[in-house]
Structure formats: C-alpha cells, structure tokens
Write a protein that binds this ligand. Structure first.
Ligand SMILES: Nc1nc2c(ncn2[C@@H]2O[C@H](COP(=O)(O)OP(=O)(O)OP(=O)(O)O)[C@@H](O)[C@H]2O)c(=O)[nH]1
Ligand SMILES: [Zn+2]
Length: 234
C-alpha cells in the first residue's frame, strides 16, 4: 500500500465500535426528529472512501486558489490528510455506522440515585466556521431498571460531538439519545465549551465560554438540579 492509498484506507475495524445499519434505516432515523443534524436525503450515496477522494480533490483546489504550492513537500499530503481527518476523525459522527453500541445491564444493585459522569472531554466543531469547540460535558441519569457501562456515556458524547455542530443541538442530541438508550426521561446534560470561532477570530473573546443544559424528567426539579450541581462543581 503506498502512502496515498494508506491515507485513504478505511479505519481498522478493531478500532471502530460499529453497529451496522442500512442507509435506509439511517435516513429514517435522521428524518424522524427535529433535532437531527441536517443531512441531504442522499447523504450516504457515496462510500466513505469516495467521500475522502472527493474532499481531497476539492481541498486541493481551495489550497490552489489560495496560491499555495501543492508541489511543496510539506503541503503535498495536506488535501488527503484533511479528507481523512474529516471523514475518519473529527466528523466521523456523521456516519451512523460509528454510533456506539450500548450494552445495558440490570440494575441488580438497586442503585436508585443519580449517576453523574462529569468532566467528559468534549471536542467538536462549529458548523458555521468549521473550527473547534473545546470543553467539557457532564451527563447524569437515574436508572429505570437498567444501567449502562460508564464509558458508553463518554462515547455517546464523543459520537455526537464528531459532527459539524451548534452547541444547543449537540446538547439535545446527547440528552435524547441517553433517554432512548436508558429508557428513562430522567436525564441531564450540561456542556461548557469554548468556541474557537469566538476566541481566535471574529470578536476574539478568549475568556467567555458557552453553557447549555438539558434537564428532563426528575432533573426538572430544582432540588435535583442543585444536587447535580453540587456533584459537578463542588
Ligand atoms: N447559537 C450558537 N451560535 C454559534 C455557535 N457556534 C458559533 N455560533 C455563532 O454563530 C454566529 C455566526 O454569525 P454570522 O454573523 O453569520 O457570522 P460571522 O460574521 O462570522 O460572525 P462573527 O463571529 O460575529 O464575526 C456567530 O455569532 C457565532 O458566534 C453555537 O454553537 N450556537
Ligand atoms: Zn463558529
């Protein structure tokens, strides 16, 4: 395999948590809720390999228009690197085949208080400028009889973060997915993140961050919210 083939090769299966869905199923899922990422009906007509090939060609054109010399040693591989990064890494959450498979366990220990997974590292990208959003997510739920492996909470956050996003929609997508997977309304999500589109360009405010919340079910209660905040911010 030469370098360019290697760059375009699909990621190794062993590193992907894949639930194979047909693209028809995926289309239905995407169209059924108002908070889904806006996708074209034919969003999955191209394979990921074809998408990478096209993005590499188009990104080379952008660089060329900017006057960059694509024969330069350092720049030559950039179009393929960007394509690979978009499809396999930072926007891999656009592909529902990458959705984490969440195994549920019986809540045999009868734990009926809130479980909080706090300070989950959050890396996303703003859909308006395609620059990073960097911060933390805190998620909480109260078991309705089933519990989820802790790492799956982080994986669900990472999956929805790996899309061009606005923070409000990201917060709701995570919250609603947790409600579905855990079969409970009692879910909370808090995201606190810095938007590079606010800090490195435009208004150039490096101090501000953006907080969004999803408080549903038992988490609509102020006492529960206070309890949650005590766990997170103490
Ligand atoms: N609501 C929301 N807005 C966001 C998010 N990420 C970025 N934005 C904002 O999206 C807006 C885009 O505004 P525009 O006026 O179309 O773009 P712009 O001219 O680049 O705006 P400036 O950033 O003010 O220079 C900006 O105010 C961004 O700060 C997000 O997650 N949620
Ligand atoms: Zn932005």
């Amino acid at each position: 395999m030469n370098t360019s083939e290697a760059l375009l090769a699909p990621p190794q299966k062993a590193f992907r948590l894949i639930k194979e869905l047909t693209h028809e199923e995926i289309g239905e899922n995407h169209l059924s809720t108002g908070i889904e990422t806006p996708l074209k009906p034919d969003a999955f007509a191209l394979s990921n390999t074809e998408k990478k090939e096209m993005i590499a060609e188009l990104f080379a054109q952008i660089m060329d228009v900017m006057g960059l010399d694509l024969n330069d040693d350092s720049l030559r591989g950039t179009p393929k690197r960007v394509a690979k990064m978009y499809i396999d890494e930072i926007f891999a959450g656009l592909d529902p085949a990458n959705k984490p498979v969440t195994a549920l366990f019986d809540n045999s220990y009868q734990y009926n208080q809130m479980l909080v997974e706090k300070d989950i590292t959050l890396h996303s990208h703003c859909e308006h400028h395609f620059v990073p959003i960097i911060g933390n997510a805190h998620v909480a739920y109260i078991s309705s009889g089933k519990v989820i492996g802790l790492s799956k909470l982080n994986r669900i956050v990472q999956y929805y973060a790996a899309r061009p996003q606005v923070q409000e929609r990201l917060t709701q997508q995570i919250g609603m997915e947790l409600q579905k997977v855990l079969n409970t309304k009692d879910v909370a999500v808090i995201i606190d993140a810095k938007h590079m589109c606010v800090s490195i360009r435009g208004v150039k405010d490096t101090a501000s961050s953006t907080v969004t919340t999803f408080y549903e079910g038992a988490f609509k209660d102020q006492e529960k919210i206070n309890q949650l905040h005590n766990h997170i911010y103490r």
